[in-house]
Design a protein around this ligand. Structure first.
Ligand code: ADP
Ligand code: TPP
Ligand code: MG
Length: 315
C-alpha cells in the first residue's frame, strides 16, 4: 500500500502541476496567485461549497464528485454570461488517500481543461469531506437577476427534473440498470453549464438565474431582485425524458421544484421575443411577469397549482 501523502505532498503531487492558462502570472505555490485581470469588461466572482451527504453521496466516484463541484460553479459563471478564467479549490478531507486523490484530481483537471479554466490556488485541510470552489471569469455583457420588468416573458434553457429524478438512484434508494443508470449519473454528476445559451441571449434577456435549488425557488430570486411577480404555466414546462422514465406522474413536480439541473431561467422583454425565436437555441417559454409583490404563481391547464415545496432548503 502507498504511504498516505501529507498536506504539501497532496498539493505538489495532485494539484500544483495544473496547467497555467491565460492571465496566470503566478499560479499555485505562493501566498497568493497573481492574475492578470482582463482590461475589458468586469470580473465575475462566485463560490459554492459541496458538502458530502448534502450535495453528493459520501461514497461516490471521486472523479464524478470533482466534475460536479466544478460544473456547478461554472454554471454560476454561465448564468452571468461570464467567460471562465480561474478557480481556487478549498478541499477538506477526512483522510489522505492517494488513490482517491488521484481520481479526484484527474476528474477535476479534465473538467478544467474542457471548460478552459485554470486552477490557481486553494487550501487543504482535514475534516468532514467538503469541496469549496471559487470561480472567476470575465464578462462583457452580464446577465443579472434584477433586470426583469412586468410584461417580460419567462423562459427556461432546457428540460428540467432529470437530476432530481436521478437522486434516488444516486443515493442507492432505488435501482436502475444499464442505460437508465448511466443517464442518471450523467444528469446528477455532469450538469451542463449553459454558456452557449447565455452568450446567445445576452443581448436579449433582461435577467437570468441558474436553476440550482429548483425552478420555482430560483425564479423567485428574479422576482425579488426585480420587484415583479410571475405566472408559470406548468403544461408548457419541458420535462426531462429521464424524469418521466424514473418518476412517471411525479415528473412535473420534480421539473417545477426539484433542483440540481443547472439550466437557466431567464426573462425577455416582448419587443425582443421575435429575435429570441430566431436563435438556434431551443428555449422554452413558460410564463410571464406582472407588477406586484415578488411571488411565483403556478397554473396547470387554467387551474392554480400549489407546490408542496418550491425548491431545496438548507435550513
Ligand atoms: N456567507 C455569505 N457571505 C456573503 N455572501 C454570501 C454568503 N452566502 C451567500 N452569499 C451571497 O448571496 C447571494 C446568493 O447566494 P446563493 O443563493 O448561494 O447563490 P447561487 O445560487 O448563485 O450560488 C450571492 O450573491 C452570494 O455571493
Ligand atoms: C446527496 C444529495 N442530497 C440532496 C441533494 C439535493 N440538493 C442538495 S443542495 C441542492 C441545491 C443547490 O445547492 P446550494 O448549496 O443551495 O447551491 P447554490 O444555490 O448556492 O448554487 C439540492 C437540489 C443532492 N444534490 N445530493
Ligand atoms: Mg451559492
Amino acid at each position: 500500500m502507498k504511504r498516505a501523502p501529507g498536506e504539501f505532498d497532496i498539493i505538489r503531487d495532485y494539484f500544483a502541476s495544473a496547467p497555467q492558462g491565460e492571465g496566470v502570472a503566478l499560479g499555485i505555490g505562493d501566498d497568493c496567485a497573481l492574475l492578470q485581470v482582463p482590461a475589458q469588461g468586469q470580473l465575475a466572482a462566485s463560490v459554492d461549497t459541496l458538502v458530502a451527504g448534502r450535495h453528493f453521496p459520501v461514497v461516490a466516484d471521486p472523479a464524478a464528485i470533482a466534475a460536479r463541484a466544478l460544473r456547478v460553479n461554472l454554471s454560476d459563471l454561465a448564468a452571468m454570461n461570464a467567460r471562465p478564467l480561474w478557480f481556487t479549490l478549498a478541499l477538506t478531507l477526512p483522510g489522505s488517500d492517494a488513490d482517491w486523490l488521484q481520481r479526484f484530481a484527474d476528474g477535476l483537471l479534465k473538467t478544467a481543461r474542457q471548460f478552459g479554466i485554470s486552477l490557481v490556488g486553494g487550501d487543504t485541510t482535514a475534516g468532514p469531506l467538503s469541496i469549496t470552489i471559487q470561480v472567476l471569469g470575465q464578462t462583457l455583457k452580464p446577465l443579472c437577476r434584477g433586470g426583469a420588468r412586468p410584461g417580460d416573458s419567462v423562459y427556461i434553457s432546457g428540460p428540467l427534473g432529470g437530476a432530481a429524478a436521478a437522486l434516488p438512484v444516486i443515493l442507492g434508494e432505488r435501482t436502475a440498470e444499464g442505460e437508465t443508470r448511466r443517464r442518471a449519473e450523467r444528469a446528477y454528476y455532469y450538469p451542463e453549464p449553459q454558456f452557449a445559451t447565455a452568450a446567445a441571449i445576452a443581448g436579449l434577456a433582461s435577467s437570468a438565474v441558474d436553476i440550482s435549488d429548483g425552478l420555482l425557488a430560483d425564479l423567485a430570486h428574479i422576482c425579488t431582485a426585480s420587484a415583479v411577480s410571475a405566472d408559470v404555466y406548468l403544461e408548457r414546462l419541458a420535462i426531462a425524458p429521464l424524469a418521466r422514465a424514473l418518476a412517471g406522474e411525479g415528473a412535473l413536480a420534480l421539473a417545477a421544484a426539484g433542483g440540481d439541473d443547472y439550466q437557466l431561467c431567464f426573462t425577455v422583454p416582448q419587443a425582443r421575443v421575435p429575435a429570441l425565436q430566431k436563435l438556434e437555441q431551443e428555449v422554452v417559454a413558460i410564463g410571464t411577469l406582472s407588477p406586484g409583490e415578488a411571488e411565483v404563481r403556478c397554473w396547470q391547464n387554467g387551474r392554480r397549482w400549489r407546490a408542496s415545496r418550491t425548491g431545496y432548503r438548507h435550513f
